[in-house]
Design a protein around this ligand. Structure first.
Ligand code: C2E
Ligand code: MG
Ligand code: MG
Ligand code: MG
Length: 288
């Protein structure tokens, strides 16, 4: 559709639009070379128990160390990586690196879980069990027990192709890997629609947390999400928690876990280790 429009209006492209396209093509080219040059790295952010502060999981967050631009955040390149299919090699690298780092944590007695973001294109690649097979191979390669690994997906994945995503998620769940629903509340799916998917944990989007102390509507939405999540037997994580009043409000509502700058910003594993030694138990903890 876009291509067709582009062809029809080619003569009317504004210089701005040309610049935009040029910027995209440049980005795509440098993203391709980034894959070959290994310019990616992972930062990690802890997810903690809302009441006790105990660290239960790390979320792996992708960064691109661009030779000229420095550290590029994922929102600036993941959409292009998805469009071009580059998300598949990049996403596989993310899983490998996260599992390698998780193995290292476990070897040091830091028995934490690892949450890994996965895009729809990764799940939709090949037949519905393709992703689960790949993941299973990597779990064995890095000697990580599946119950420590959690996959984060967004609502849009479920809405785009219900049948395929149900099959793909079921195959993942059969490995013993848990599934989180990320950024909940930003899409249009109802919790009753979600009931059919093997989801264990709902992450409430930061945009609701941001205003919940000032905005009654957002506070009520969060309350409703928590109540309905609990009735579906799912655990809840609030993301983007930046202040102590936010944490204690969420605790009052029965939100199980929080993640955000209040606890720690995403950072390289090395820098996070001293904190992890303080907040993570030596015995494994489950989110469930
Ligand atoms: P997300 O999965 O919802 O990750 C949470 C984002 O919120 C992260 O942004 C994190 O740095 C930010 N955040 C966490 N706590 C706070 C807070 O207290 N305040 C503020 N202002 N921000 C906070 P980041 O790292 O820029 O990642 C953005 C998005 O990129 C992620 O959103 C995720 O959807 C996507 N992403 C990241 N890594 C990967 C990956 O490996 N694969 C895929 N497919 N997507 C990824
Ligand atoms: Mg996430
Ligand atoms: Mg999120
Ligand atoms: Mg988010």
């Amino acid at each position: 559709q876009a291509k067709q429009d582009g062809r029809n209006c080619f003569g009317y492209f504004s210089p701005d639009m040309n610049n935009n396209m040029l910027a995209r093509i440049t980005l795509e080219q440098s993203l391709r070379s980034a894959v070959l040059q290994h310019e990616f790295c992972l930062h990690y952010q802890p997810i903690v128990d809302t009441s006790s502060g105990e660290g239960v999981a790390l979320e792996a967050l992708l960064r691109w160390r661009h030779p000229q631009r420095g550290l590029v955040p994922p929102d600036e390149f993941i959409p292009i990586a998805e469009e071009t299919g580059l998300i598949e090699p990049i996403g596989e690298w993310v899983i490998q690196q996260a599992l390698r780092d998780l193995r290292q944590c476990h070897s040091q007695g830091i028995m934490i879980n690892m949450a890994i973001n996965v895009s729809g294109r990764q799940l939709a690649h090949g037949d519905p069990s393709h992703f689960a097979c790949m993941l299973n191979g990597l779990l064995q390669k890095y000697d990580v027990a599946p119950q420590y690994v959690h996959i984060e997906i967004t609502e849009s994945i479920l809405m785009a192709d219900t049948e395929l995503s149900l099959k793909a998620l079921t195959a993942i769940r059969h490995l013993g890997v848990e599934i989180y629903l990320d950024d909940f509340g930003t899409g249009y799916s109802s919790l009753s629609y979600l009931k059919q998917f093997p989801i264990s944990v709902i992450k409430i989007d930061k945009s609701f947390v941001d205003n919940m102390l000032e905005d009654r509507a957002d506070a009520n939405l969060i309350k409703a999400i928590i109540t309905m999540g609990q009735s579906l037997d799912m655990r809840l994580v609030a993301e983007g928690v930046e202040s102590e009043p936010q944490r204690s409000f969420l605790q009052g509502l029965g939100c199980d876990f929080v993640q955000g700058y209040l606890v720690a910003k995403p950072m390289p594993l090395k820098e996070l280790e001293p904190l992890l030694r303080r907040i993570v138990r030596e015995k494994p903890t489950s989110l469930l």
